[in-house]
Write a protein that binds this ligand. Structure first.
Ligand code: ADP
Length: 474
């Protein structure tokens, strides 16, 4: 009887494994869907689930910038304050960072309280790190502001919040100009600084990538949430006829977390996770890929394994509690190298109240982590190749203004993709799966031309660099 019950558990796993599989053929369909959706999102407002937002960033830092700049980075779990000193010739002479967790209650407060908190923290930082500069001497210093939520920009230094993601819900902020809110909070605090650039975290990552290497034309962030941006030709932004930029290009913030395609390997667990989330029917790609969700998908599969069989003892209420199993804990189970999987046992006990899990169950849990992580990494890889395809850097000719170029004639060019975010930088297996899948999809001929570069803490530094390249002083 016990064998039959165990078999049910294995079946539950196998069904999940099958539904979540990402053979390269399926990934290629995702690549194509991404390129097509990008095109649709550029063709008309609301033409795709991909918003393809204009950033008004038309010149990326090239290393020639100099001076002291500050940046404020609001991510998903923490926020960072930075101060950098640029010395021209691609050099950073000084770099100070301070990280602070975002208090849980601040994620659902009022916009005034939220921005006052940011402004006060910045003031405190400026006072402490400002090389004993008096506050008055900070006057006029340019600030880059990374705000990693969907924003509709109206210029490089203004934009309104479209919606919250990643568990934030400060309702009175939606449709407000985030720079204005910050600028007002800065004056309330008595800090005379100028928000010179409002950028998404992926745009910041692209900026720092480009500062060091001018072949960097795509950036991807995979942390609590996920997003991507890239350098597009201004004339390809069909929804904005006559868009003129000095460089002929513009960075497009894809908001790719909201990408959707019927080719994505969606399972019943994804459907439930979405239905129970704060933003159902939204951010579908993000919910399969990013750090906020991966641990919870694993928890859901483990929960199902318990429901189909009573072999593992009583059902703990924690098993049905959302987000008790965080992605870093899941990664720790996945990366457990001990022969008896003692770390897995410990985490199952501590977070899910599963005591004395037999070794075969612990092994199965590791497999669940593997399936979830592998799918996430491979889908992100397909998304990246989709962008490369759109801009004709995947070796197939790409899509230009709706026409698929038939010729394979595009000369191969070195292309750098800047990647940032805790999932990619801190979760080795995830990073390896992603890198591997990019090479697998591209094939041996093209893969050597595409380089993925880690930009640790890049988006904040990038925001400061963009403040520099868009400052009135430069
Ligand atoms: P954010 O996206 O919140 O601005 P990060 O880019 O640092 O900040 O990403 C943090 C997220 O990355 C965490 O929420 C977590 O999901 C994930 N993460 C961080 N470290 C690890 C790790 N060691 N293993 C797996 N996931 C991790």
């Amino acid at each position: 009887r016990s064998r039959r019950r165990w078999w049910k558990v294995v079946r539950a796993f196998e069904e999940f494994e099958e539904a979540a599989s990402t053979p390269v053929g399926r990934l290629r369909q995702v690549v194509d869907a991404m390129a097509v959706e990008m095109h649709a999102g550029l063709a008309s407002e609301g033409g795709s689930k991909l918003k393809m937002l204009l950033t008004f960033v038309d010149k990326l830092p090239d290393g020639s910038e100099s001076g002291i700049y500050y940046a404020l980075h609001v991510g998903g779990t923490d926020f960072r304050i930075l101060r950098i000193q640029l010395g021209g010739q691609r050099s950073i002479l000084g770099h100070d960072v301070e990280r602070k967790p975002i208090p849980q209650d601040l994620m659902t407060t009022t916009s005034e309280e939220f921005f006052d908190f940011l402004a006060l923290s910045l003031k405190d930082f400026v006072e402490r790190k400002g090389n004993n500069l008096q506050l008055t001497q900070v006057r006029g210093k340019d600030l880059g502001f990374t705000f990693s939520f969907p924003v509709k920009q109206t210029s490089v230094s203004s934009g309104t919040l479209i919606k919250w993601t990643k568990g934030f819900a400060i309702d009175d902020m939606v449709e407000q100009d985030v720079v204005e809110c910050l600028q007002k909070a800065l004056s309330r605090t008595g800090l005379d600084m100028n928000v010179a650039a409002l950028v998404n975290d992926s745009v910041g990552t692209l900026a720092v990538g480009h500062f060091y290497d001018k072949d960097t034309v795509v950036a991807v962030v995979i942390g609590t949430g996920t997003n991507a941006c890239y350098l597009e030709r201004a004339d390809a932004v069909i929804k904005c006829q006559g868009l003129l930029t000095a460089s002929g290009g513009m960075v497009i913030n894809m908001e790719w977390g909201n990408f959707w395609s019927s080719h994505l390997p969606r399972t019943s667990y994804d459907i439930d996770l979405d239905a129970e989330s704060q933003n159902p029917n939204d951010q579908g790609f993000e919910k399969m890929i990013s750090g906020m969700y991966l641990g919870d998908i694993v928890r859901r599969v483990i929960c199902k394994m318990f429901l189909v069989s009573d072999i593992f003892g009583p059902f703990s209420s924690k098993l049905s509690t959302r987000f008790v199993l965080s992605t870093p804990l899941m990664a720790a189970m996945h990366e457990d190298n001990s022969p008896d999987l003692s770390e897995v046992a410990k985490i199952l006990e501590d977070t899910l109240d599963i005591y004395d899990a037999p070794l075969k169950l612990r092994k199965l849990v590791v497999k669940v982590c593997d399936v979830v992580t592998r799918r996430a990494a491979r889908l992100a890889a397909a998304g990246i190749v989709g962008i490369l395809k759109k801009i004709g850097r995947d070796g197939t000719g790409g899509i230009t203004s709706g026409r698929v170029k038939g010729v394979k004639g595009d000369k191969l060019r070195r292309t750098v993709v800047a990647v940032e975010g805790g999932l990619y930088t801190s979760y080795t297996i995830f990073r390896e799966y992603l890198n591997e899948a990019v090479a697998e999809i591209l094939g041996d001929e093209i893969a050597p031309y595409v380089i993925l570069k880690v930009m640790e803490d890049g988006s904040g530094i990038g925001a400061a660099m963009l403040a520099a390249s868009h400052s009135a002083r430069n």
